[in-house]
Design a protein around this ligand. Structure first.
Ligand SMILES: [Fe+2]
Ligand SMILES: [Fe+2]
Length: 238
C-alpha cells in the first residue's frame, strides 16, 4: 500500500492555491508593499526557525527503514552535513540580517518558540504517538515538497523586487535544491511509517486529511497578511 498519490494530490492542490493566491502573485510581480515583503520574510523565518527540532521529533519515531534518511535530513538542518556548516536556522538569521530585519529577530524567535508550544499542545489531540508522528511527517514533508518547487521563484522575486543579494537568499536557493531529494525521501518515509506502524489505509488517509485540512502554506506565510479575507477567497480567480 502506498498513500503517496493521496498525499501528493493534496500537496499539489495546496501549492496551486498558494501560488495562485493574490498575496503570492503580488510578491512575484513586484506589486507588494515593502511592509508586505517584510511580513512575508518574517513569516518564513518564524515558520522554519525551529526546523531541526521538528526533524528531531520525526527521527525519534522513525521506522527502521526510514531511520537513516531522517537522520541525514535532521543533520542537514543542523548544518552538520555541509561544508559551510551553516545550520538552516542560521541561514534564516542571515536572511533577517541581509533584509535589514535584524532588530526584529528577537520577536521572530519568540513567535517561533510560541508556535513550537502551540504545535506540541495541538498534537495531544491524537491518541497515540504514531498518529502524531504521521501527522507531523505529512506537514513537514508538505513544506519540503513545496519549497523544492517554489522557493527558487521566491528567491528571484525577493532579489528583483526587494533587492536582496544571493547570500541573504541562501535559505531559499538552498531549499530549492536540497528539498527535491528531501521531498522524495519524505514520501518514501511516509509509506514506511504507515507500513511499520501498521496503519490501515483508511486511518492513514484520515490522519493525512486532518493534518492538511487547511492550507498550511497560506496560513503560515500569509496568515496575518490576508487576515480579514474569507478562506474561500484566497484564490485570485477572475
Ligand atoms: Fe531546512
Ligand atoms: Fe529539507
Amino acid at each position: 500500500m502506498s498513500i503517496r498519490p493521496f498525499v501528493k494530490g493534496i500537496y499539489d492542490q495546496q501549492i496551486d492555491e498558494l501560488t495562485g493566491s493574490r498575496e503570492f502573485k503580488a510578491l512575484e510581480l513586484g506589486e507588494a508593499t515593502r511592509q508586505e515583503y517584510d511580513a512575508f520574510i518574517g513569516n518564513v523565518i518564524i515558520t522554519h526557525l525551529n526546523s531541526p527540532q521538528f526533524l528531531a521529533f520525526l527521527y525519534s519515531v522513525a521506522p527502521p527503514a526510514a531511520r537513516d534518511r531522517l537522520k541525514d535530513n535532521m543533520l542537514e538542518e543542523l548544518g552538520l552535513e555541509e561544508e559551510t556548516g551553516d545550520s538552516h536556522p542560521d541561514l534564516l538569521r542571515k536572511l533577517a540580517d541581509g533584509a535589514g530585519l535584524k532588530g526584529r529577530l528577537a520577536d521572530f524567535e519568540q513567535q517561533a518558540d510560541e508556535r513550537l508550544r502551540e504545535v506540541t499542545s495541538t498534537r495531544l489531540l491524537y491518541g497515540t504517538l504514531k498518529e502524531a508522528g504521521l501527522s507531523s511527517m505529512c506537514e513537514i514533508n508538505a513544506f519540503e515538497y513545496m519549497l523544492s518547487r517554489v522557493s527558487g521563484a521566491i528567491a528571484v522575486a525577493l532579489e528583483q523586487h526587494r533587492g536582496l543579494d544571493s547570500d541573504t537568499l541562501l535559505w531559499f536557493t538552498h531549499h530549492s535544491v536540497v528539498d527535491v531529494q528531501h521531498a522524495e525521501e519524505g514520501f518514501r518515509s511516509i509509506d514506511d511509517f504507515v507500513e511499520y506502524y501498521d496503519f490501515s489505509e483508511e486511518d492513514a488517509q484520515t490522519i493525512v486529511e486532518m493534518s492538511l485540512r487547511e492550507n498550511t502554506y497560506i496560513k503560515r506565510y500569509f496568515g496575518d497578511i490576508s487576515q480579514g479575507r474569507a478562506a474561500g477567497m484566497l484564490r485570485d480567480d477572475p
